[in-house]
Design a protein around this ligand. Structure first.
Ligand SMILES: C[S@@+](CC[C@H](N)C(=O)[O-])C[C@H]1O[C@@H](n2cnc3c(N)ncnc32)[C@H](O)[C@@H]1O
Length: 402
C-alpha cells in the first residue's frame, strides 16, 4: 500500500482545525447570517483552515462559493480571496456580504430601516415587476395564502429601488431576501404582515450591525494591506483561463464545499404551499436564474451519478491547474452513500493530479480523515444510504508533482 502524505501544519493549528470541525454551535457573527444559503459551511472551520494554511496577504480560492462564507472569513483575517459560483443568487449574496459599507452608507440604511415598516400597506396599490412576473419568477406566490406577503415584498422592493448608489439597493434587497426566506420558505403557517414587518426591521438592524462588525475586522489596523475580494459568476470549469488569473497568481489555500453526490440540495428555489418550488429569491435579488436543479447540483439525479462525477472531474481539473505544490486544498463533502461515493470522489481527485493528505495518526479518525456532524441540516438525500446527510468529511489534497 502506498503511504499517503500527511497534512502539514503546526500541531496547535491542526488541533484548532479539528476542534472547529467538531464544533456544532450555530452560525453567527460578521455578515454570515445575511442569508441562509443552503448547505453553507461552518465559518469556524473555514477560519481555522485559513489560520492553519495561510498568512495575511495570501490568496484563498473558493471555487463553489455559495453564500460567500470563505470570502467573509478571508476578508476578516486580512487574506485576499476569489470566489466563483454558477448561481447569480450565490454571487449576489456573496457580494453584499463582502461589501464594505462606510458610515454614511450605514446611516442611510439606518434611515431606510426606520421607514420600511411604513412602506408596507396591503391596501395600497403597488407597481409589480412585470418582466419578472411574466418570466415566472413569482410563481406560486399568488395563492390565497401568499398574495399578501408577495405584495409586501413588492412594496419593499419599490423602496429599495430608490436607494442610490446600487450597493445600498443591494443591501436592502438582501435584507428583504433574508426576511422573505424566513417568511415563506418551507413554512406550514405563514407569518402575519405585522410579524413580517417586525422581522424585516429586526433583520435590517442586525445586518447593519453585521456590516459594521465586518468593517471593523477587515480594517483592523495591524498594518496589513486591505483584502481584495473578487466574486465571479461563472462555472469553475475552465477557471484557469479566466482573465482574473492572467497575472499568474496562485491560491495558497482552496477551501470549498462542492455540490454533494446523491444529496439533493435546493440551492436556487424556495418551497411554498407545501413543496411547490418558486424562483422568487432571484426576483428579490434582481438576478437572473440560470437553469433547472441539475445545473446547480452538477448533474441529473441518476443512480450512478455519472454526469455528477464527470462535472466534478472537469471542475477539479481546473482547480488543480490553478494550484501549485504549496496550495492546500480543503474540501467539505457529504455523501448519500459514502461506502462507494467517497472512493469514487477520491479517484476523480487522483485522476486530475491531486494527492490526498491524511491527518497525522492519532490526531483524529482511524481513517485519517476528518468526519463531522452537521447540526439541524435539512435536505433530501435521493438515495437511501447509511447516512442522512448530516455527516460530512473534510478532505485535504495537494497537487502532485512540481
Ligand atoms: C454546497 S454549495 C456551497 C456553499 C458554500 N460553501 C457556503 O458556505 O455558502 C455548492 C455551490 O456550488 C455551486 N456550483 C454548482 N456547480 C458549479 C460549477 N460548475 N461551478 C461553480 N459553482 C458551481 C452551486 O451553485 C452552489 O452554490
Amino acid at each position: 500500500m502506498v503511504a499517503r502524505p500527511s497534512v502539514r501544519g503546526q500541531p496547535e493549528s491542526l488541533a484548532r482545525l479539528i476542534d472547529a470541525a467538531r464544533d456544532t454551535s450555530p452560525i453567527a457573527g460578521l455578515t454570515h447570517n445575511f442569508y441562509r444559503y443552503p448547505a453553507r459551511f461552518s465559518p469556524k472551520l473555514v477560519r481555522a483552515a485559513i489560520d492553519a494554511f495561510t498568512e495575511p496577504g495570501d490568496l484563498v480560492l473558493d471555487p463553489f462559493v455559495g453564500g460567500g462564507t470563505t470570502l467573509v472569513e478571508a476578508m476578516a483575517s486580512g487574506r485576499h480571496a476569489i470566489g466563483t459560483d454558477i448561481s447569480s443568487l450565490a454571487t449576489f449574496v456573496s457580494e453584499v456580504k463582502t461589501t464594505l459599507y462606510g458610515d454614511e452608507d450605514l446611516a442611510r440604511l439606518q434611515r431606510w430601516c426606520e421607514c420600511i415598516a411604513d412602506g408596507i400597506n396591503i391596501l395600497e396599490p403597488v407597481a409589480n415587476d412585470a418582466h419578472y412576473e411574466e418570466a415566472g419568477y413569482t410563481k406560486h406566490l399568488d395563492s390565497a395564502a401568499n398574495w399578501r406577503l408577495k405584495k409586501a415584498i413588492e412594496q419593499v422592493i419599490a423602496t429599495a429601488r430608490e436607494l442610490k448608489p446600487k450597493r445600498l439597493e443591494d443591501f436592502a434587497r438582501c435584507v428583504l431576501l433574508r426576511t422573505s426566506q424566513w417568511a415563506l420558505n418551507g413554512r406550514k403557517k405563514l407569518p402575519s404582515i405585522d410579524d413580517f414587518r417586525a422581522m424585516l426591521v429586526t433583520d435590517a438592524a442586525s445586518m447593519i450591525d453585521g456590516a459594521r462588525e465586518l468593517r471593523r475586522a477587515a480594517l483592523d489596523d495591524r498594518g496589513r494591506e486591505a483584502s481584495q475580494i473578487i466574486c465571479l459568476n461563472r462555472s469553475t470549469k475552465g477557471l484557469e483561463s479566466d482573465a482574473t488569473f492572467a497575472d499568474g497568481r496562485r491560491p495558497r489555500l482552496v477551501v470549498t464545499s462542492p455540490p454533494y453526490p446523491g444529496v439533493h440540495v435546493l440551492y436556487h428555489r424556495w418551497q411554498v404551499d407545501g413543496r411547490k418550488e418558486t424562483p422568487a429569491p432571484f426576483w428579490i435579488a434582481n438576478r437572473l436564474d440560470g437553469d433547472g436543479a441539475a445545473y446547480y447540483t452538477m448533474g441529473a439525479r441518476t443512480k450512478e451519478l455519472n454526469s455528477y462525477f464527470a462535472n466534478l472531474k472537469a471542475s477539479l481539473r481546473s482547480v488543480a491547474a490553478l494550484c501549485d505544490r504549496n496550495t492546500m486544498i480543503v474540501q467539505v463533502v457529504a455523501f448519500s452513500q459514502p461506502e462507494w461515493q467517497l472512493s469514487r470522489y477520491l479517484s476523480v481527485a487522483d485522476d486530475v493530479g491531486l494527492d490526498e493528505c491524511l491527518l497525522p495518526s492519532g490526531t483524529y479518525a482511524p481513517d485519517g480523515r476528518l468526519w463531522r456532524t452537521v447540526p439541524n441540516r435539512r435536505w433530501y438525500a435521493d438515495q437511501r444510504g447509511t447516512t442522512n446527510g448530516s455527516q460530512e468529511v473534510v478532505l485535504f489534497h495537494r497537487r502532485r508533482g512540481g
